[in-house]
Design a binder for this molecule. Sequence first.
Ligand SMILES: [Fe+2]
Length: 241
Amino acid sequence: MLYCNNRSSVRDQATERRLAMLETVTNPELKTAARYTSPHVTGDRPAELRQILNPGVNLCLWQRPVQPEVTRELSGLRASHLPDVRCRTSPASFDDDVRTLLTQQGLDPVAYENWREDLRRLADLFFGVSGGRDVLLRLETTNDDGCRRFHVDRTHLRLLCTYRGPGTEWLTDRQVDRAAQAGGAPNECIIHFGEPSRFEPFWVGIMKGDAFPGNAGLGLVHRSPQIAGSGETRVLFCLDC
Ligand SMILES: [Fe+2]
C-alpha cells in the first residue's frame, strides 16, 4: 500500500496558496518583477511564449480569447475524425502537412480555413523557439481521458492548444511532490495542496519537458482532463520538438 505524505496537513496552507499565486504570474503588477524568477509565465500577448527559453521557466501560457469562426469550423468534428494523426513538419511544409492530414482523414481543408490560419500562426511561434530541432505535428480529436496521471513530458518543448473541450491540467512547482511523481505514487500524493490549474479553450501553452538542456527533473507536471463519459469531444493541436 502506498503511503501518501501529504505536506498540506503540516504546512501553513494559507502561506502555500499565497506563494502559489505569486508563482503563476497573473497580476500585471507582479508580472514585471516576477518575470525572470517564476517558472510559470502567463500573459495576454504571444510574445510571452518566447520566455520559455529562459532558464527556470517551464510553462509559458498565452491566454487569448476564443475565435468564434474557428469554433464554428470545428463544431462538427467527432472523436473518430482525427484519432491522433501526426507527421514531421517544418516551416516550409507546415501548410501542406496540415492539408494532407485533414485530407487523409476524409476532411475538406477548405472547410477549415480559419483553423488552418490559426494553426499556422501558432506553428510560426513554435518554430521561433524550437532552435532548428525536428518538429512533430499532431492533430487529435478524442473523447477519452488520455494521460490522467500527473507526468512530465520527455520532450524538449511542447506547444498545446485545446480548441474544443477542457484543456490540459497542470501544477505549479510548489504544488508538486516530484519525488512522489517520479516514484509512481498516485495523483493525490503528487499534489501537495489546492487544485490543478487548467488551460482554457484557445489558450496556447508551451511546456518545457525533462529533455530540454538543463531542465532534467524540472519539467512541467501536467495531465489530461477527465472527459470520458461526459459526451464531450476535445480538439487538440500539439507540436513537439
Ligand atoms: Fe504530457
